[in-house]
Design a protein around this ligand. Structure first.
Ligand SMILES: NC(=O)c1ccc[n+]([C@@H]2O[C@H](COP(=O)([O-])OP(=O)(O)OC[C@H]3O[C@@H](n4cnc5c(N)ncnc54)[C@H](O)[C@@H]3O)[C@@H](O)[C@H]2O)c1
Length: 349
């Protein structure tokens, strides 16, 4: 059975072998946050392969990933809601959809997560939206898998290293979870957050030797693999002399590093056009130094089309591709349906 046939069974609940007749309306399904988190947390190896596959299909030109749309508010400059539509398409996969993700940093003071999100999945046979999934865990999971894939490609030493973490929120936690699932073991983990209590709570959540330090510079000086997962809106880490060839930097929060830091590094992005948007460090640096600053993409590394440069620090700055969200959501949806954990909304259509 091809992709379209599988789609019909999953979305329309038509028994296998039934004769083609008038098709009933699809059954809309909802997958809750608890189910999504359970599936992601228990299947990190599969998650990594799903994200890897989505990157490679996009690299081959099979998938569609238009630029995301940022809804901003003149009276609330810190807040935003982003729409990321995409189609993940290949021999075994054909799924479209959209992630709709809010970032309201003020939520933290009220004990709420900064980011909240849903994903709508569409059936590619009929175009019908067929499912809504809670997506903050999907977003964190795909970001973590992407960071871990980059770490594997760019760093390669998975034992005896010091891990540095700057910004101790759910994204940092998800990345560490994925690195652990991928077999990394660190000699020591050094963390920093502007909110010292957050840094302390974060480091206590991890086994092994950990320390909280008072600046991003202190983290970088001590570590080999460095994760930036802050909410900084403009570059503050400007001292290129602190960043050495031993460093691999996962610059997930995109706006921490100054132009000089990027200029001396091998820069890897997820998409060379997307990565320059929205005043990212990469975008600001390319304005100053030109786009030869970008060495290539993670997919090129994974496809063996380029090599990491051991003579320079290596920096991964992924803008975040919607096609990864759709791939992970489709994977989670498939597991939820096949294990009876997707909730049917029978009268939705
Ligand atoms: N590139 C991607 O694909 C991708 C995907 C998802 C999230 N993100 C980004 O990852 C970042 C982290 O997300 P989160 O949900 O964990 O956020 P969060 O707000 O829950 O946590 C961020 C933490 O960073 C700290 N922080 C802020 N500025 C800092 C600074 N200058 N130095 C040290 N600490 C600082 C905050 O105190 C907070 O504890 C966000 O910027 C988000 O936009 C990127």
């Amino acid at each position: 059975m091809g992709v379209d046939g599988m789609e019909l069974l999953r979305n329309f609940d038509i028994p296998s072998g039934s004769s083609a007749g008038k098709q009933s309306n699809p059954v809309f399904k909802v997958v809750t946050g608890t189910t999504v988190s359970d599936i992601i947390d228990s299947r990190r190896n599969e998650l990594r392969e799903v994200v890897c596959g989505a990157y490679l299909r996009y690299h081959q030109g099979l998938s569609t990933n238009p630029e995301s749309h940022f809804l901003k508010f003149p009276d609330r400059p810190r807040d935003r809601i982003i729409a990321l539509p995409a189609r993940d398409h290949g021999d075994e996969v054909d799924r479209a959809g959209i992630k709709w993700i809010s970032s309201f940093p003020g939520n933290l003071a009220q004990g709420l997560p900064r980011a909240s999100a849903v994903i709508i999945l569409n059936d590619m046979a009929t175009g019908f939206p067929v499912a809504c999934l809670e997506a903050s865990a999907i977003s964190a999971g795909r970001t973590a898998a992407s960071a871990a894939l980059a770490a594997r490609e760019l760093h390669r030493k998975t034992e005896g290293q010091v891990l540095g973490v700057i910004g101790c929120g759910p994204i940092a936690r998800a990345v560490l979870g994925q690195l652990e699932a991928d077999g990394w073991s660190f000699r020591r983990t050094v963390v920093h957050d502007l909110d010292a209590a957050r840094a302390d709570a974060f480091r206590r959540g991890f086994a092994g030797e950990t320390a909280a330090v008072s600046s991003a510079a202190a983290v970088v000086e001590e570590s080999d693999l460095v994760l930036f997962a802050t909410t900084a809106s403009e570059p503050y880490f400007l001292d290129a002399a602190l960043v050495k060839p031993r460093h691999t930097i996962l610059h997930i929060s995109l706006r921490d590093l100054g132009a000089e830091v990027l200029r001396h590094a091998q820069n890897i992005v997820d998409d060379p056009v997307h990565a320059l948007r929205e005043k990212t460090s990469m975008g600001l640096s390319v304005e100053l130094h030109g786009d030869s600053l970008i060495s290539g993409t993670l997919a090129q590394l994974m496809a063996g089309e380029m090599e990491p440069d051991a003579a320079r620090p290596r920096i991964f700055s992924p803008f975040g591709l919607g096609v990864l969200d759709i791939a992970v959501a489709d994977f989670v949806y498939g597991v939820a349906v096949s294990t009876g954990r997707a909730q049917n909304i029978l009268d939705f259509y």
